[in-house]
Structures are given as C-alpha cells and as structure tokens.
Design a protein around this ligand. Structure first.
Ligand code: PEP
Ligand code: MN
Length: 341
C-alpha cells in the first residue's frame, strides 16, 4: 500500500503513520518528495488495511500499489525519477553516467592505464572484474583479492568510484572494501540470497538483466534489494537471447523507455556484452543515449588482442576519448548531459 501524506503533514504525523505500519509487522519505506512524503507499506495487505490509515492525522489518501514489485514501481514515486548519489556521482534524472573499464583486472599496469584513459575522457565510474562468471570452468576466473587491490589503487589515482562484480557471498566483505557499486551479473540476477545480502549491505547495486529474463522478472529481482532498505539500485539492460545468430545477444533498446514507464530506478545499458563485437559498441551506445538511458557501461582495453577475456568487444583505449565525445553529443538528444566525475 501507498500512504500519501498531506503537504501539511508534520514530522510527528509522519512518524506516527510509520509506527502504525510497523505495529502490524509491516515495513515502512518513507520517500520524502519535494512536496509530499509517501510511505510505502510492505506487508500483509489485510493487516495494513485494518489500521484505517486513511483517517490518521496528516494522511491524505491510501492507495494500493497494483504492480507485483512495490518499491521499484513508478507508482510509488508518482512518476518522479530516482537520482542516486554514488560516492558523489549522480545517476539518473538529467545525468548520463559513463562507466568504463576492462572486462577483468589482469595486471596492475593494464588496470591503472585504463583507469587513467577513461577518467581523462570523462567517465564517471571505473569498472573491472576481480571475480568473473565464465562459461567454461577452465577459463580465467579473475584475480580475486589481488584484483580488488588493483581496483583500489585505480580509485586512489583517479578518484573514480569502482563498479565490480560479486558472485559469491563469501567474498562480500572483501568486495565491500573496494566497491562503490556492486555489480550483479546477468547469470546471478535471480540469485535471491545474493540480492538480499547486497540489499542488507546498503551498498549501491548495478543489477544486470538475466539472459532470458523478462522486465517484470528484472524488477522483481530489484525488489529483493530494495526490500532490505537499499534504495540505490541501477538496472542494466545487457542483451537477451533471441533466435538471431548474427550477433551474440540482442540489445533490447525498447527496455529503456518501457522500464522508465514501469520504474523510478535508473536504467543503464551495456552494449559491450550484448554485441560481443567492438564495431557495434558505438552505434548501440549512441542509440541507448538517444533513447534516454541513464548511462552506459562499456569495456575498454589498452591492447584488446592480448586481453584475457572479452577482447573482441573491448574498445581501444587510444580511441576511447573519441568514443566518449560522440556519446556525449548523443545524450543531448534525450535532454541529458554527462554526469560529473
Ligand atoms: C561483465 O560485465 O563483465 C559481465 C560478465 O556481464 P554479464 O553478467 O552481463 O554477462
Ligand atoms: Mn566482459
């Protein structure tokens, strides 16, 4: 249920409504908007209904949230979009967030060199995997904690917030030491225990759409994180499986405007993993920016031919500044501009 407070509601009235909701074992999620406070009440509908919140002091009206995902739904914010603050970097609203870096951290030199290049080109965050989800168990699985240390050094040198993947809860504490944003890979989108713990950690999350997940399933997965009181969730469209074999995945650009109608959460696009090919990354990035994405996450490497993983899709470090400038121009088509680093 959604409890919409009156514009004149006092702090005490808001606190009293929250206390009432919690008295029946439900969770209260207050959202303080510019004009009114809305309280999302998540729990047993009958119990909440019996509270008669509609006639409580300061309450304007009580409305059901019709969607199965409650906290992620656009209804909860009455169409207002969430703007996240990730270590001082805004995501959402009129901002376009460029996230870039290697698929995986390989060496200190490769990591620091790439971080410098993307920072100089205007990227707002640095990505890099220390724990890699690989199709083959015989492929390189990531440098683990050694990789996390290299990411920490990249952050120290550039000031860019770090986006890195967590696959296994046993690595949560180590990842929390370094990650400003925890990436949940496509293959783990429905790993509900992982989602819950990331929710509890409070750390911002980049939730990638599963290879064959519907948008409703993506939003239900986001709900697992939000439900724990962690509001800093970015959704990421990274291509889905279709019958087409001419490229690796099909980038679902329609997901951008459709998700924006369904949810207040920022929508990021990953053209690198969708395409699997470098030549497609620029046109797909331009399209994502023009369609109103809140950012993109792309892979970059100083020497892609020697990359341990995903070399064929990596943008060349030496061409990255030109790439970023082209994307920045396209963001204007959707009324956005690069988020400051
Ligand atoms: C990645 O970002 O390196 C990655 C493995 O992405 P995905 O989970 O989308 O395949
Ligand atoms: Mn990759």
């Amino acid at each position: 249920m959604m409890i919409v407070m009156k514009p004149t509601a006092t702090e005490d009235e808001i606190a009293a409504a929250i206390e009432k909701i919690e008295s029946v074992g439900a969770r209260a999620h207050p959202i303080h908007g510019e004009e009114v406070t809305v309280i999302g009440a998540i729990g047993d509908r009958e119990h909440i209904g019996r509270l008669d919140l509609a006639s409580a002091p300061g309450v304007d009206r009580v409305m059901p949230i019709l969607k199965p995902y409650k906290l992620a739904s656009a209804e909860l914010r009455a169409g207002e979009r969430s703007v996240l603050d990730i270590a001082g970097c805004p995501v959402g609203g009129e901002h376009f967030t460029l996230i870039a870096g290697p698929c995986t951290v390989e060496t200190r030199a490769q990591t620091l060199q790439t971080a410098r290049v993307v920072a100089d080109a205007g990227a707002a965050m640095f990505r890099g995997g220390a724990y890699k989800p690989r199709t083959s168990p015989y492929s390189f699985q990531g440098l683990g904690q050694e990789g996390l240390r290299m990411l920490a050094e990249a952050k120290e040198q550039t000031g860019l917030p770090i986006v890195t993947e967590l696959m296994d809860l046993r690595d949560l504490d180590a990842v929390l030491e370094v990650a400003d944003v925890i990436q949940i890979g496509a293959r783990n989108m429905q790993n509900y225990t992982l989602l819950t713990e990331i929710g509890r950690s409070g750390r911002p999350a980049l939730l990638k759409r599963g290879l064959a997940a519907t948008l409703d399933e993506l939003l239900m997965a986001a709900e697992y994180i939000l439900k724990e009181g962690n509001e800093n969730v970015m959704l990421c469209e990274r291509g889905i499986r279709t019958f087409e074999t001419a490229y690796r995945f099909t980038l679902d650009l329609m997901a951008i405007p459709v998700l924006k109608g369904l949810t207040h959460l920022p929508v990021i696009v990953d053209p690198s993993h969708a395409a699997g090919r470098r030549d497609l990354v620029l046109p797909l990035s331009l399209a994502a920016a023009a369609a109103g994405a809140d950012g993109i996450i792309v892979e970059v490497h100083p020497d892609p031919d020697q990359a341990i993983c995903d070399g064929p899709q990596a943008l060349l470090a030496e061409e990255f500044a030109g790439f970023a400038a082209a994307v920045e121009r396209a963001t204007a088509l959707a009324g956005k501009a690069f988020a400051p680093a």
